[in-house]
Design a binder for this molecule. Structure first.
Ligand SMILES: CC(C)(COP(=O)(O)OP(=O)(O)OC[C@H]1O[C@@H](n2cnc3c(N)ncnc32)[C@H](O[C@H]2O[C@H](COP(=O)(O)OP(=O)(O)OP(=O)(O)O)[C@@H](O)[C@H]2O)[C@@H]1O)[C@@H](O)C(=O)NCCC(=O)NCCS
Ligand SMILES: Nc1ncnc2[nH]cnc12
Length: 291
């Protein structure tokens, strides 16, 4: 008779990275009050999205993130085979997301940003500083996936019309909105005792002060983008989300962006990227029991 092995199967590195990516998406969705975005209070500027759908969408992406990390571990280096594997897995992940959401685009930009970051983190798990991970992600994003379809996406349309950089360029430049704005603000607000939720809101606002969010541009043009950038700066200048003055400005920004139908979905994705990198940097449960 064989003894029963009751030891739990160790969680693989790829599974742990997928957990962290999905956690980051769920934390982003839950964070409240976010201006004009889906959160615990409601649907913001959206008629086709709600919190349950954002959660279901995030969970549907777990297998894709795991597969992307596994592809990085299998390939072991930055190159076209890995880039094209990520493109294929990303497109399949997007299809799974659309099945889950009944055709609504919940996380297209997040699959791109977090997919690259998950792969970049898996490639060299010990080199976990945000700057190093984003640099590896950028090197992947700079490679041309020969199998990528070239549809005239909303992002491509507004990039042409307004001459701005979109999601692709943000990744190719190693996520400057995340490493230069979001993460430093997250750390500053935490250090100032703002509390975790306020620190995360401040990180989102810091990203919004400068980002050319192609969702906002597509929905509300340059007026919408200006309202987003100036309004976010006004909240931070007034003392941030933890202050009474900042909260008043945040409420005004929420109302203004909803009136303009301007949803900063790109900034929300980059906040999720920021939360993911923050956890990776802190090593949050990445190594214990991982293999
Ligand atoms: C390379 C891609 C990112 C394609 O990029 P492109 O710009 O050509 O395409 P878009 O379809 O516009 O998607 C870009 C999404 O990225 C987010 N985003 C916007 N601005 C930025 C920015 N400056 N920096 C970073 N990220 C940005 C944004 O995603 C979020 O918003 C979406 C919801 O918006 P919403 O307005 O509600 O919905 P829409 O359907 O667009 O319009 P409405 O009709 O409702 O008004 C939601 O997805 C959020 O995540 C942009 O949408 C990449 O996607 C790509 O090539 N994919 C192919 C597969 C691949 O290679 N994968 C690689 C895996 S690593
Ligand atoms: N919380 C959110 N609301 C609307 N669009 C989003 N895209 C990513 N996160 C989002």
């Amino acid at each position: 008779m064989r003894a029963l092995n009751l030891q739990p199967k160790p969680i693989s590195l790829a599974e742990r990275l997928a957990d962290l990516a999905v956690d980051a998406l769920i934390d982003e969705a839950d964070l409240s009050p976010k201006p004009a975005l889906v959160d615990r209070r409601g649907s913001g500027a959206h008629t086709d999205l709600h919190l349950g759908l954002m959660h279901a969408s995030a969970l549907s992406l777990w297998p894709a993130f795991k597969e992307m990390a596994e592809a990085a571990l299998d390939c072991g280096e930055i190159g076209l085979p890995l880039r094209e594997a990520l493109g294929r897995i990303g497109r399949e992940g997007e299809a799974a997301m659309l099945v889950t959401t009944g055709g609504v685009n919940t996380h297209r930009g997040a699959i791109w940003a977090l997919g690259l970051l998950v792969a970049a983190a898996a490639l060299e798990a010990e080199s976990n500083a945000a700057g190093a991970v984003t640099l590896r992600a950028a090197r992947l994003a700079l490679l041309n996936d020969r199998y990528a379809p070239q549809p005239l996406s909303h992002g491509a349309q507004v990039a042409q019309r307004y001459g701005v950089r979109g999601a692709r360029e943000e990744a190719q430049l190693a996520f400057p909105a995340v490493t230069g704005l979001g993460l430093p603000q997250l750390k500053r607000s935490r250090a100032a005792g703002a509390g975790e939720q306020n620190a995360r809101l401040d990180a989102l606002l810091a990203i919004m002060t400068t980002l050319a969010d192609t969702c906002v541009l597509y929905r509300a043009g340059e007026a919408g983008l200006q309202a987003m950038q100036h309004g976010a700066k006004a909240v931070l200048d007034a003392g941030g989300s933890a202050s009474l003055g900042g909260r008043r400005q945040l409420h005004a920004l929420d109302q203004q962006l909803i009136a303009l139908n301007a949803s900063p979905g790109g900034a929300a994705d980059l906040l999720a990227a920021c939360l993911f990198l923050d956890r990776i940097e802190r090593g949050d449960g990445l190594f214990p029991g991982a293999c």
